[in-house]
Ligand binder design. Structure first.
Ligand code: UDX
Length: 471
């Protein structure tokens, strides 16, 4: 009883970058903290509030026991943040600390317990500075795999050799990881990548780790054992995931939490109900990738020629694009009527949990990857940038739960390659093995978050330490 009362006085502030793949894992972490008896507030920018009001059933004040707060990022709602990413990130880094600091002061009054911990992620490194100013301990949630944490930590602290302008093609050997060739490395560590706003943020974060008391990973120990162990002596990371919807973990669906920044097309579930078991190729590239017209055409032709039913999320860009990027080839909709369904956004986790799904052709964003693993489904990897190439390496070579689409000598993934990989995953000689691996990962994910599992123990340890620290 005394312990419960004590926990009610513990208030955790989570600060998320306003993106679909950032807010949802934070909310799921918040939900677990609430279930352990803690008081939780999530702060993000007004951009998220604007979209949430438009598409979600939530109010802007709270969601499943988590209090919501929004602050100004320095730009108007309709500013094209995607095309002007560097300016957006710079402005956020300027206004974010001021406005977050004000918010902390405003929330520090008699009716609300004072903050015992602030949780950030590497996209908002300045939150660790704000936490330090207010003398509140900071935790960092990595929303990408622990593998990426290890790579970035080593890269931004110059601990290992990485490709450089003089040696651009070198392979990288790191503890706990297979040999990484340039095509397996995150795009931000390659010399071909201009040192833009995101690597700048990461370098700020990873060189400033002394301000971070706990590093939490959206993963589970059994998934990335060797690389997690390899960081134990350096700057340990504790996996507490997968932070995926309850429906994928066999938990009570009513306990689910999450928001949609776009409106999901629920009718695709009725369409899935009409399809044979394990027959549908699900295709999606997450919330921010826009494929070129050539990529769209080759996927379209590959899907059509595979003769499999398909569900394709083809979200048009929120901002103007050039040269037909993101658009379906002319006539494709009519040609494939009856074979496939194309929607702008879908309820992805419900889709992945549907028995009609055979595999996921994915850009390998980490949320999609974890959701697919928790659903026990094989993956066709088509990584584009950031962590996605490394996630694809994990999927294909380390966990062996899928195949990667390989570009031809001109750097193009052809329609024949799309068709070949679909055949390999769905009906090839290794198809049963992929399914078996996928089923093992599904079981592992559930065990990790169940009471007494590796992630549940790490979560409990984190909670106990926050409480101990605030005494
Ligand atoms: C970004 C980066 O691109 C990714 O590389 C990084 O790992 C996380 O941040 P994003 O591209 O949006 O994320 O991909 P992902 O991490 O897969 O997140 C997409 C989320 O949107 C998933 O939770 C998925 O369930 C959801 N989604 C996607 C839908 O709900 N409906 C859809 O139609 C498509």
């Amino acid at each position: 009883m005394a312990m419960k009362e004590e926990r009610k006085g513990i208030h955790v502030l989570m600060v998320a970058f306003a993106a679909q793949g950032h807010i949802n894992p934070m909310l799921r972490l918040g939900k677990r903290l609430v279930s352990k008896g803690l008081h939780v507030t999530l702060a993000t920018t007004e951009l998220a509030a604007h979209r949430m009001l438009k598409f979600s059933t939530t109010t802007t004040k709270s969601i499943s026991g988590i209090h919501l707060e929004f602050f100004f990022d320095g730009l108007s709602i309709d500013y094209d943040r995607k095309s002007n990413l560097d300016h957006y990130m710079d402005t956020l880094a300027k206004f974010g600390p001021i406005n977050l600091s004000k918010l902390i002061q405003n929330l520090s009054h008699d009716h609300v317990p004072k903050f015992s911990c602030i949780i950030n992620n590497p996209f908002v490194p300045w939150v660790a500075d704000v936490a330090a100013e207010h003398k509140i301990p900071c935790a960092m949630l990595c929303i990408q795999p622990c593998t990426l944490y290890a790579i970035y930590y080593r890269f931004f602290n110059n601990l290992n050799s990485f490709p450089s302008l003089t040696n651009p093609d070198m392979s990288v050997e790191l503890p706990g990881l297979p040999l990484l060739h340039t095509q397996d490395l995150p795009s931000f560590v390659l010399p071909s990548n201009p040192f833009g706003s995101i690597p700048k943020l990461f370098s700020q974060m990873f060189q400033n780790m002394k301000k971070v008391k706990w590093v939490l990973g959206n993963s589970f120990y059994e998934l990335e054992k060797e690389v997690i162990d390899s960081m134990a002596e350096l700057y340990p990371i504790r996996p507490i995931g997968p932070l995926v919807p309850s429906i994928l973990l066999g938990e009570d669906q009513n306990l689910d939490i999450g928001i949609d920044l776009w409106k999901p097309e629920e009718t695709c579930m009725e369409w899935l109900n009409q399809q044979p078991p394990s027959s549908v190729i699900y295709v999606s590239f997450g919330s921010n990738v826009v494929l070129s017209a050539k990529q769209m055409e080759n996927i379209a032709r590959g899907l059509k020629n595979s003769n499999h039913p398909f569900l394709w999320v083809a979200k048009s860009s929120d901002y103007p694009v050039k040269d037909g990027a993101g658009e379906l080839p002319l006539g494709f909709l009519e040609e494939t009527k009856g074979q496939g369904l194309i929607v702008p956004w879908c309820p992805q986790t419900k889709v992945l949990a549907h028995p009609a799904i055979a595999c996921f052709l994915s850009h390998c964003g980490w949320n999609s990857t974890l959701e697919t693993m928790a659903a026990g489904i094989p993956i066709i990897a088509y990584p584009q940038w950031t962590d996605q190439p490394t996630n694809a390496k994990l999927i294909g070579d380390v966990l062996q739960v899928g195949v990667k689409l390989m570009p031809n000598k001109d750097g193009v993934v052809s329609n024949e390659e799309v068709e070949r990989c679909i055949g390999e995953i769905v009906g090839g000689p290794k198809a049963e093995e992929f399914k078996k691996k996928a089923a093992e990962l599904k079981k592992g994910a559930r065990q990790a978050v169940a009471e007494g599992g590796s992630s549940d123990r790490n979560m409990q340890l984190f909670v106990d330490e926050i409480i101990g620290n605030s005494r």
